[in-house]
Design a protein around this ligand. Structure first.
Ligand code: MG
Length: 158
């Protein structure tokens, strides 16, 4: 049995915050605001896995109100969700994702993001796609005020 899930996440950008995407710290003058490390890509992938299992969303498992998740490494949150998926007999077939960020250019970081995510998802890197887009100077992404990520995951029940 196959199950597909979709994930989306947006974080506001501001100065004095780290910018972490797919578990990789980027060189940037602006970072993402949030309760955890605000890794929008990891959050979108986590929501996609939860969605494929019909298990709600990341806010159900890791609420903002819980001090345990303050500054949390979002790959650790994804790892917890993957533990749940594994327990239910699911494995990841593939993940596709897109990150929308005006700058810096993501291309130099993409392979490391894929590797970090693949490790946590328990699959080969060839099964994890990360694509990068800018906002072309339009909307909140284009004005360098936000980072957004979309993800789709296909799970197979073994
Ligand atoms: Mg988030």
């Amino acid at each position: 049995m196959f199950r597909v899930g979709i994930g989306h996440d947006t974080h506001r950008l501001s100065e004095g915050r780290p910018l972490v995407l797919g578990g990789v710290r980027l060189e940037s003058d602006r970072g993402a605001e949030g309760h955890s490390d605000a890794d929008a890509l990891a959050h979108a992938v986590t929501d996609a896995v939860l969605g494929a299992m019909c298990e709600g969303d990341i806010g159900v498992y890791f609420p903002d109100s819980d001090p345990r998740w303050r500054g949390a490494d979002s790959l650790q949150l994804l790892a917890r969700v993957m533990w749940l998926a594994k327990e239910r007999g699911y494995r990841v077939v593939n993940v596709d994702s897109t990150v929308l960020l005006e700058r810096p250019k993501l291309r130099p970081y993409v392979d490391e993001m894929r590797a970090r995510l693949a490790e946590v998802l328990g699959v080969e890197v060839e099964r994890v796609s990360v694509k990068a887009k800018s906002g072309e100077g339009l909307d909140a992404v284009g004005e360098w005020r936000a980072v957004t990520a979309h993800a789709v995951v296909l799970l197979e029940k073994q």
